[in-house]
Design a protein around this ligand. Structure first.
Ligand code: X8Z
Ligand code: ZN
Length: 445
């Protein structure tokens, strides 16, 4: 789906992937009953309430908090949506991509339309300006999975953090085994009280996957840092922090850093290259935000009983359209179970964490860049090699869950609240570009 631009071929993959989810429907409904029973025994009204209780505030306050963050970033998403829809209209025709409605969900270069980075070639603002094509370096230099993981480890080590233990290299799974089925969805493990760190992943030679490796190691470094705390504190400040560690490091993978470690040829000193790079990042991080928000909104309602099995699929698509402005290109019905096609639903992994992380990472980055003594615009900052930033970062990891997350956030950033101003400021150059491009277009769906 990353590579092809054939409407029908994409649709075939999109539909096929969702066939496997259909038989999950009944089992999922039963699972919801059982999980709620368990949550009830622990004193919660339902699983959704239990999940929303993990943020040192009431479940209702958490809902308000995440709605507030979404309101802050929505204008940026809407501007990106408008521009991408226009470009897709040129590629596929406005009969296929109507310019006043939601985008067909299979055209965004990703099975779930959750990250649009592979559409970059269609929307590259200034063709050819600045080399940010890490994909091609990984292929021409034929990076092995181990080398890609080593590159991520080296970043953390440059901050003064320890090397990963030998057992990490011996026991992790980096490649898809040929002889058996495995869950390929990337994960990081802190076993044996945090002494046995591993990742499990089927690594491909792409920039997307390189970023996932940096992300996973963020989990491992957290697990290694809090391992000596009492067991109840061996956790992140909240789960969004766990997801944000590696993502924060990814923000330091600037063209300057990538050139320094040989992943791109050279970093262009050109304002147009900044816009290109920001577009590449926004297709990943900004496109993701509504998706990150809606997954748990659907589950909160499922667990509370507001959404019932007879409207599982309809309510799913209502949210997908409301937040992401996308729509299925073929009719869906309650014989389908499209939520089941996304790993975290059957695996029952809470998802708000990723939404929070995509906002927190910029807050962390802003403060670490300050500590690193970065002078100039935030998007040009890489904390690579900064022992000062590394020490501050590691102190946050070592604190684990030993205090309310607001205290941890304050120690790190001086702020007690999650706040999207850092991500908005970061993307100000791209926002100006998008507004210019969207002039005269009618945005929205
Ligand atoms: O599931 C993940 C990680 C494992 S913690 C690979 N992510 C979400 C996803 O793939 O849907 C990272 C970004 C969002
Ligand atoms: Zn993760």
């Amino acid at each position: 789906m990353r590579d092809t631009r054939d409407y029908d071929e994409l649709l075939e993959y999109w539909v096929g992937w969702r066939e496997v989810a259909k038989p999950m429907r009944e089992q999922y409904a039963r699972f919801v009953e059982l999980a709620n029973e368990g949550a009830g025994e622990l004193g919660y009204a339902n699983v959704g309430e239990m999940w929303r209780s993990a943020y040192d505030m009431s479940p209702a306050e958490f809902e308000t908090e995440s709605a507030k963050l979404w309101d802050q970033v929505k204008p940026l998403y809407d501007a990106l949506h408008c521009h991408v829809r226009a470009e897709l209209g040129d590629v596929y025709g406005e009969d296929k991509v109507p310019q006043d409605g939601p985008i067909p969900a299979h055209l965004l270069g990703n099975m779930w339309a959750q990250g649009w980075a592979s559409l970059y070639d269609l929307v590259e603002p200034y063709p050819g300006v600045g080399d940010i094509d890490v994909d091609s370096t990984l292929k021409t230099k034929d990076f092995s999975p181990q080398e890609m993981v080593r590159s991520a480890e080296n970043f953390y080590v440059s901050l003064g953090m320890p090397r990963l233990p030998d057992t990490f290299w011996e026991r992790s799974m980096f490649s898809k085994p040929a002889d058996r089925d495995v869950v390929c969805h990337a994960s990081a493990w802190g076993l044996d009280g945090g002494d046995d760190l591993r990742i499990k992943m089927c690594i491909n030679q792409t920039y997307d996957e390189l970023r996932v490796i940096y992300h996973e190691l963020g989990h491992n470094y957290y697990q290694g840092a809090y391992k000596d705390l009492p067991p109840l504190f061996q956790e992140a400040a909240h789960d969004g922090f766990h997801e944000a560690i590696g993502d924060t490091v990814v923000l330091s993978m600037t063209p300057g850093y990538l050139a320094e470690v040989g992943l791109v040829k050279d970093a262009a000193d050109d304002p147009r290259a900044v816009i290109n790079r920001q577009m590449q990042m926004a297709l990943d991080g900004i496109a993701f935000l509504p998706f990150g928000k809606l997954i748990d909104e659907w589950r909160w309602k499922v667990f509370s009983g507001e959404i019932t099995p007879d409207n599982y699929n309809q309510s799913w698509w209502d949210l997908r359209t409301k937040y992401q402005g996308i729509t299925p290109a073929v009719e869906r019905s309650e014989a389908d179970f499209d939520p089941g096609s996304k790993f975290h639903i059957p695996a029952n992994v809470p998802y708000s964490r990723y939404f929070l992380a995509r906002i927190l990472q910029f807050q962390f980055h802003r403060s670490l860049c300050q500590t690193a003594g970065h002078d100039g615009e935030l998007h040009a900052c890489s904390i690579y090699g900064s022992k000062e930033a590394g020490a501050k970062f590691y102190a946050m990891l070592e604190a684990g869950a030993s205090q309310p997350w607001q205290d941890t956030l304050e120690a790190m950033t001086g702020q007690r609240e999650m706040d999207a101003t850092a991500i908005i400021d970061y993307f100000a150059p791209l926002m100006a570009y998008l507004e210019e491009q969207n002039e005269g277009r009618s945005c929205g769906w």
